[in-house]
Design a protein around this ligand. Structure first.
Ligand SMILES: Nc1ncnc2c1ncn2[C@@H]1O[C@H](COP(=O)(O)OP(=O)(O)OP(=O)(O)O)[C@@H](O)[C@H]1O
Ligand code: SF4
Ligand SMILES: [Mg+2]
Length: 340
């Protein structure tokens, strides 16, 4: 797993805040504010963080549904942010997205066949003329739906089945990368496991790389090879599954882990609870230096003066990137695995 397929460098997305009659720009929402990572062929990178930390914005940047304010995004050796027109369209084919809410992301007036086949309207050369219906039925079969239900409407399916429709649409163009923005967050726990299992099977069969966004740390652990933890538009810690769950060094990761529900009652009470003070600050006005210093239980003077870099820091068994001046490993709890 050494080949990098997608490489983000210093990705920034600021949204202007406008006010008054003439809509003057009075500030910027710093939704994504300097994110860098590599995605390797065939891996799953989980992205975790509280609501509003910029996960969905990052997802939209990765598939170029939105253009970054600055930064680069290199796919297969080409910087997508420098492309436009046909060249960009061709690149976008290889990076697709599946959205969170299967209830609102599917057009209720279109049949499943139309929804899944929609990408073929733009990329007309993907299926041979007259082969569209057959390809759509193949896709439905691939995601575990009855191919004969091609003329049904979204409301005739359950939540889990609707998410399978969204996934079928996501893989219709044979992408190499699939960005999944909370694909199971709106589903019941039992259905979540089925959809996650489907995604793992598709990854093996189709050789996909996933960026998997979620705020549920247990789901991310099950599916991810590596996990990036985001706080206020930035990655604060990134590492493989073991580094993040067994040897987290960033206080924010440790706090998130301490909040993962523990289903086994015998384990409850055995783990440390780290309660964070205050709310997440506004991304329009993030705290200076370490953005976490207003809520961090380890904060010292230097934290509001010097911005800690996302550098490899010792974790007890080696080192992995963590953006904290006082990074040190701390075992929080035997965390939850999603049963499959
Ligand atoms: N189009 C937009 N215009 C202005 N602000 C935006 C826009 N999209 C997102 N934001 C702001 O950017 C910040 C990050 O939003 P984003 O949706 O990326 O977060 P998130 O991590 O996906 O949150 P959630 O877990 O709730 O889905 C938020 O403060 C949000 O209000
Ligand atoms: S740099 Fe300081 S405020 Fe930031 S996470 Fe580390 S200890 Fe906390
Ligand atoms: Mg989101």
């Amino acid at each position: 797993m050494s080949d990098v397929i997608l490489s983000a460098r210093d990705l920034v997305k600021h949204y202007p805040i406008r006010s008054g009659v003439v809509k003057r720009t009075v500030g910027q929402v710093k939704a994504v504010d300097g994110v860098s990572f590599d995605l390797y062929k065939g891996e799953t990178l989980g992205i975790v963080g509280e609501s509003g930390c910029g996960k969905s914005t990052l997802g939209r940047l990765l598939v170029q549904l939105e253009r970054p304010t600055s930064g680069s995004l290199v796919f297969d050796g080409v910087d997508m942010t420098q492309q436009s027109g046909n060249a960009l369209r061709r690149l976008r084919r290889d990076i697709q997205i599946v959205f969170q809410d299967p209830y609102t992301s599917l057009n209720p007036r279109k049949t499943v066949g139309d929804i899944v086949g929609e990408p073929f309207d733009i990329h007309t050369d993907v299926v041979p003329k007259g082969g569209r219906r057959r390809r759509v039925q193949e896709l439905l079969d691939l995601v575990g739906l009855n191919p004969e239900h091609v003329n049904r409407y979204p409301h005739q399916f359950s939540g889990g089945q609707r998410q399978r429709i969204g996934i079928a649409r996501g893989i219709a163009l044979n992408p190499k990368v699939l960005v999944c923005d909370e694909p199971v967050s709106a589903l019941d726990v039992s259905v979540q496991a089925q959809v996650v299992n489907l995604m793992e099977r598709l990854q093996d069969e189709l050789g996909l790389s996933y960026v998997f966004v979620a705020h549920d740390l247990s789901v991310v652990r099950h599916i991810s090879d590596r996990v990036a933890v985001m706080y206020l538009g930035r990655i604060v810690e990134i590492g493989d599954e073991e580094q993040i769950y067994e040897r987290p060094t960033h206080p924010y990761t440790q706090a998130l882990l301490s909040a993962v529900p523990v289903p086994d009652p015998t384990l409850r009470g055995k783990r440390e609870q780290i309660v964070l003070s205050g709310d997440v600050p506004s991304p329009a006005n993030p705290p200076r230096a370490c953005r976490f210093h207003t809520r961090c239980f380890k904060a010292q003077d230097v934290c509001s003066i010097e911005d800690p870099a996302l550098d490899p820091r010792p974790d007890g068994r080696g080192a992995h990137p963590s953006a904290c001046h006082f990074a040190e490993p701390r075992t929080i709890v035997e965390t939850v695995h999603l049963s499959s």
